[in-house]
Design a protein around this ligand. Structure first.
Ligand code: TXA
Ligand code: MG
Length: 305
């Protein structure tokens, strides 16, 4: 079953049922060994799923749940099947902040293991229609909770090596994490892909190639060059860009950082619907939620290279 969260739609299964979890991998086309996040009804369930929880993790759970934050902790092996953790000893846990997701979790009572409800390697879905277009009849039920409010995935903080380390930027900003923890947090710099297989560069990419253009003033020249080579070009930017060459299409401007995050995946899907060869993307700021958007755009661009 697919369900909305505040970040992106998830494809859920009973986290305690190895067979149900295996079906998620099948529908998503995800290779085995990629761990899934377990969604919990409330922070009170944390101890049932994880053990040796550092105080800092408790602090973050209290501050940000329900919300777009995933904590990687030592799993309780009696509760968390290997299928969920990819065979490893850590489990990703979060309490989503979407009323439908919380109702579902409260009614169910247990944990729901859920990756984003897209086919493996594709852009995450932020509407029920995205889920349908990706998974079609392979998903029995899609709960429609409207467009996701955050629009990019949860921030993942790894506690399994002792100190808090951000392994994926997302809906909870670095600034907010540091404010709550009262100190700086480590940032994963891309050398530990083994630990979070889904953070490979090829994720979060549309079929079209993506090139990040830092300055809006440089877009027209880049578009003209690509058009000369016969590419179909679309432009994604916070604001309207004047003077684009004929033939380059600007997608509806993404707006401020928060709005950019909300529409990012829909715009990348639109580029594919338009059969664009190339997306020229002007990123948002490098602050707050803008950081997560930049991260996804750079991953999409790296998948292109
Ligand atoms: O916002 C989100 O986090 C969404 C919604 C549905 O909750 N979920 C999501 O799940 O983005 P997914 O599976 O598409 O991405 C989760 C990432 C993957 O890269 C996975 O490898 C990593 O988190 N992950 C999950 N559990 C892990 C664990 N125990 N150890 C290391 N990485 C883990
Ligand atoms: Mg995903």
């Amino acid at each position: 079953m697919a369900f909305p969260t505040e970040t992106v739609y998830g494809l859920g299964a009973d986290a305690s049922n190895a067979q149900a979890v295996a079906r998620v991998f099948e529908v998503k086309g995800r290779p085995p060994g990629h761990p899934l996040i377990v969604h919990l009804p409330s922070a009170a369930a944390l101890d049932e799923w994880a053990q040796s929880i550092p105080e800092a993790a408790q602090v973050l759970a209290r501050a940000f749940w329900p919300g777009p934050l995933t904590l990687l902790l030592d799993r309780r092996a009696d509760r968390v099947p290997d299928e969920v953790t990819g065979g490893g000893e850590s489990v990703g846990l979060r309490v989503p902040a979407h009323p439908l997701a919380l109702d579902l979790l409260a009614a169910f009572g247990g944990g729901i293991a859920a990756p984003s409800a897209n086919r493996f390697g594709r852009v995450s879905p932020t509407t029920a229609a995205h889920v349908r277009s990706d998974l079609g009849g392979d998903v029995d039920l899609v709960l429609d909770g409207g467009a996701c409010d955050v629009g990019v995935e949860s921030t993942i903080v790894d506690f399994t090596n002792g100190a808090a380390e951000v392994v994926r930027s997302g809906g909870v900003t670095f600034e907010a994490l540091e404010r709550v923890l009262g100190r700086s947090v480590g940032v994963w710099l891309g050398d530990r892909e083994v630990n979070a297989p889904g953070t490979l560069a090829t994720h979060y990419a549309p079929r079209a190639s993506v090139v990040v253009v830092e300055r809006a003033a440089d877009v027209s020249r880049a578009a003209a060059a690509a058009l000369r080579e016969g590419s179909t070009v679309v432009v994604l930017a916070p604001d309207a860009i004047d003077g684009l060459p004929r033939g380059a299409v600007q997608l509806e401007p993404a707006g401020d950082d928060r709005s950019y995050a909300q529409v990012l995946y829909d715009r990348l899907r639109e580029a594919d619907r338009r059969r664009a060869d190339l997306v020229l993307a002007v990123p948002p700021s490098d602050r707050d939620i803008g950081r997560a958007v930049r991260d996804r755009l750079h991953r999409a661009a790296a998948a292109t290279e």
